[in-house]
Every structure is written in C-alpha cells, then in structure tokens.
Design a protein around this ligand. Sequence first.
Ligand code: GLY
Ligand code: MN
Ligand code: MN
Length: 436
Amino acid sequence: MFDPELYVRRRAAFLDAMAARFPNSIAWIPSAPAVPQGNDVFRQDSDFFYLTGFDEPGSVLFFDSKEKKTTVFVRPKNVKKETWDGPRAGVDCAKELCGAQESFSITQLDAKLCDLVKNHKTLLVHLGFSRANDDRVIKTLHKLRAKKRKGIVAPSEVVDPAVLLHEMRLRKGPEDLTAMSKAIAITAEAHARAMASARPGTYEYEIEALMLDTFRRNGSERPAYGTIVASGPNACVLHYRSNRRQMLAGDLLLIDAGCEYDYFASDVTRTFPLGGVFSREQQILYELVLEAQIEAIAAVRVGTTLEKLQKGAARTMVSGLLRLGLMEGDLDEVVKKQKFKPFYPHRIGHWLGMDVHDVGEYFIDGKPRPLEAGMVITVEPGLYIPLSNETVAAQWRGLGVRIEDDVLVTETGRDVLTKSIPKTVDELRYACSGAS
Ligand code: GLY
Ligand code: MN
Ligand code: MN
C-alpha cells in the first residue's frame, strides 16, 4: 500500500544522514533498468523503491544535501508507448509522487547532469550498478574536471550511497514489518498447503505450483527467490531448482520458499516426511537440526552476532554427529577447523528485508557486527548427507534437513515471525496427516 508519508520520512532521514556525514554531497540513485520484452517482469530497484515507492523504470533520483533538494527524472507521458506498456506517471505527477522539488523528462538527463553534480565535494553513487550508469558517471566527472579553470568543482570523492541507505534499510520500521508479516502469513499458508498435499507420486513441480499459486492468489507480487522443492536426496543440493522429481514413499521433502509482499521478502524452509511420519534416521537427524535451530533462535538478542549463532549451531550439530558415529574427531577441533563443512556447508543466516539476502554490512572494522533491535535475520541451520557420502552407514545417505525461520531482533530478545509454521515432530505429523 502506497503511504506517501512513509516515503517523505525516509527521504528526510536520508537527506539528514547525507548532511551529517557528507555535508556537501549529491546522491544519484537510478531506478532498475527496463526489462527487455520476453524476459522476466520488471521489479524496481530496492534502494529506489525504499525512497520513493515509485515503480517505473527509466527514472533517476538526485538528492542535494546542501539545498535539501530532491530532483527526479522520469519517462515522459507517451500515449503510443503507454498503449503497449501501461500508464506512466509523467513528469508532473512523478514530481508529486516522489516528493521532489523539481522533475524532468529522462530525455533531459544528460543535458542536466553537469549542473546537478558540479560544486559538490562528494558524489554518492553506486558504481557497478549498470554499465550505462557507470558510463554516465564517468562522462560527467570528465566534463566537470575539464571545467575547473572556470571555477567549477568536480566531486573529489565518489562514495557508495549504501553506507547510508543500507544502514537505514537494515533496521526495519513498523511499515517494513507490516509488509514482511503479510509476506510471511502468505508463505505460512503455502507451506501448510504443501504439507497437506505432498504424497508419494507427487511431482516436485506440483508442490512448486501450489506454493506459487498461494503466493499469487493472496496478492504477493512474486516469490522472493527461486522456489526449492527438493524431495529425497535432492534435499542435499543446496540450490536445487529443477523441481522435477516424482516423490517416493519414505521421502523427506525440503521446501525453501517464500513470497514477496509490498517489496518485502520472507524466507522459510521446512523439511518433513511425506505423510508426516519420520523414519528413525530421519527423525534423529531432524531433531538434531531442530535442537540447533531452537538454541540459535533462543540466543538471538541485541549484542550477539551471526558468527556466535553459527558457532553455537555448529557445535550442537557436531556433538550430535559425533554421538551418532556419523563423524569422528574431537568436538573442539572439528568446530574450530570447520571440519563439519561436508555436513553443514552454509552459514546460519543472513539479513532479511526488501531483498532476500538483504543489504547491510556483516562485519564492522573486521569484527562480526552485533545485532540490534529492528534487524531481521534468518536462522537456518541444516545437515546434509548426500548419497555419495560413503563415510556413513547406508541408511543415513540421501538425507537432507534444513529448518529456516525469520526472526526479528527486539529490545528484549526476539520475535520469531514465522512461528505459526509447523516445525516440531508432532506439529509436522498433524500438518501432513491429510496426505497419508
Ligand atoms: N532461500 C535462500 C536462502 O535461504 O538463503
Ligand atoms: Mn535464507
Ligand atoms: Mn531460504
């Protein structure tokens, strides 16, 4: 839902942050480029959307920290083109929508760039965003440098606006959390439907279709990432995407799927046995991952770090693997030297927000960053024993388990935003029982 006041506040906060850190600066924020026909559908760049809620390609925003002024360039109205691609806000309306003091047609961008950028010490622009934008930046700097005898100053420093903007995006406000909760509610429904529907004989793509159907029916714009429906040994492939296998009785099914709503992502993994009843080995492995995941979630609080959560989860899972005879060695050494990587090759989690692997630094001055209230992280330990792992007894091979929740760091601890999605052995048995 477009709430103009929210974007007014975000732009004001961004301008304040610019003025405080780079007193004489201009920020240059391009929209996502238009998508060629036949490719994926357009999604606005998250930074651009965060500041405007404006979802047209061919737009560029400028913020001037001294004049506290926003300028926007957009595609002009064009009846013929709008017949093909849908309505455009146009120059006047975009000015209003983006809360800008000035607006121009994007066709005037090259003519206006030097005037906009000149006489600022710092240019805040994301280099590497697109070749076209990089070329424009370099051309503008060249032109301005050539004018210095006339008293015109070219920016002497180019800084990534991420240092301000991504810090803002990392801490979620109430509106962000409302959108994320909606994404999570839809995702929860999709996982519940999958649990009740998957049975021996089902193809992975049927479950994928059911997840995407649930997303779209509930008004989600798109999945937040490629939906993973990995049955049996496919669960051991971390980025499994083909979703083509027909499920067999006795399979575990790992589903990593989440939708986006109002430009906010959810990211949830559940692993369950078809029909809800685990085999002995499946349950042992599942409960080990669950123990590590519940412990890691309980450890989420202001001041801890993802590194600490990672170490704790690894330690719990390694203890279990040693106890079960699936690994050998000394607990401390296995954890310290990360010898668990063949079983647990990924990290405990990541920032979650407008992008599924959201923006924001993970290390500050080389040290793991302490969690703060308002950050949202995923907590997603997993254990994987591919069929090719001949170091373990045969009955353990081909099992993969990951459990992933979305967790808000709060002043007093944490809020598990995805807590309604079945996770314990009993909850899963009940949720899957429709399929037995
Ligand atoms: N689905 C992507 C991830 O879990 O990080
Ligand atoms: Mn994740
Ligand atoms: Mn995931």
